[in-house]
Design a protein around this ligand. Structure first.
Ligand code: FES
Length: 71
């Protein structure tokens, strides 16, 4: 399962808390509050989906490379 930004060690469960606290629905806005997603950027489609759906665990998307290792 994809559960975090692997490059920055940020779990989606942490990221969503910050998003909720600041009422954020865009990845770029979330990056102003917490450092993630600046390296391989493979977590981006998952973070975008998280902001849309509130989900924090994802089956790897078929057309996206999986970020780093698996939990
Ligand atoms: S997994 Fe988020 S930048 Fe690489």
């Amino acid at each position: 399962m994809v559960t975090r930004c692997v490059c920055f060690g940020k779990k989606f469960t942490e990221l969503i808390k910050i998003a909720e606290k600041h009422n954020i629905n865009k990845l770029e806005d979330l990056q102003k509050h917490v450092r993630f997603g600046e390296n391989c950027k493979r977590c981006h489609p998952y973070v975008k989906m998280m902001l849309k759906t509130g989900q924090t665990k994802f089956e790897p998307f078929p057309n996206e490379p999986e970020p780093g290792s698996i939990d």
